[in-house]
Design a binder for this molecule. Sequence first.
Ligand SMILES: [Zn+2]
Length: 148
Amino acid sequence: MIIFSAVKLKELFIKERDYPWQKPNSCPRCNSCRLWGHGFAPAIFDGFIRALLLKLYRCPDCGCVVRLRPKGYFKRFQASVATIRSSIACKAAANRWLAGVERTRQCHWFRFLCKRIKVCLTDTWCHGIVAGFDYLLQLGQIPVSRAI
Ligand SMILES: [Zn+2]
């Protein structure tokens, strides 16, 4: 179970295990108010030379493991939502990729987004690719995810 939390990545990078995580008030599955620390899981984010440690909690009542993730990032994505959106916008407007971000990844984002727009919003979608991104995001989807 993932809970998105306001995390200052730079501070987390420096403080590592001493970062002051905001503990969730209750278990997202069973609502128990007992959540215990359950160690850390490393995760890679763009702009940091080593993995950042994301805090885990475990609910002793239902066994659910809760992983805190920074807001502004999709799960399993290293780049921020803002960076991914800029990449899509740049490609759509100027037909080029963003500088400083690996081309293959940007290419994947774009391709998966096109596919998802086709499948979820159908061929009749006529508002453009960036609007498609925003619309899918609003629906709670990861617009650039491979799995549909
Ligand atoms: Zn629980």
